[in-house]
Design a protein around this ligand. Sequence first.
Ligand code: AMP
Length: 139
Amino acid sequence: MTAYDPDNIFAKILRGEIPSTRVYEDDETLAFMDIMPRSDGHLLVIPKTPCRNLLDASPEQLASVMTTVQKLARAVVKAFDADGVTVQQFNEAAGGQEVFHLHFHILPRYEGVSVRPPGNMGDFDLIAEHAEKIKGALG
Ligand code: AMP
């Protein structure tokens, strides 16, 4: 497998070199809003330490990331009064991965409502509003 690239966009977000709308962080993980949200409240959870994806992640990275995924999944359901939540994760280009730092997508879902198509930039003010709602639900 290709080596981890320390200049991938999420590594830059972790180092604060490019902006992000953060909603939660602890010693091991960070959660921030996806800039192309496929549903209102779409966010990403990543480990703070380097790994490309599920295939090279350590058990410790997975344990901490999944704990944060559950925390944020519960928070978005509460914040958006969602009927459910989709957690998505892609591995390598053939598996649909575009950014090569392990990340889990969290998408609030509603009965009978499809997610929006990929690749559309979100409205930054609206994303910031949604981030505040999620932070409020985290307590
Ligand atoms: P994938 O690797 O297929 O899971 O897709 C990468 C995801 O990262 C997409 O949903 C993008 O919208 C999202 N993304 C890309 N750049 C940024 C960024 N600078 N801030 C937040 N999300 C991003």
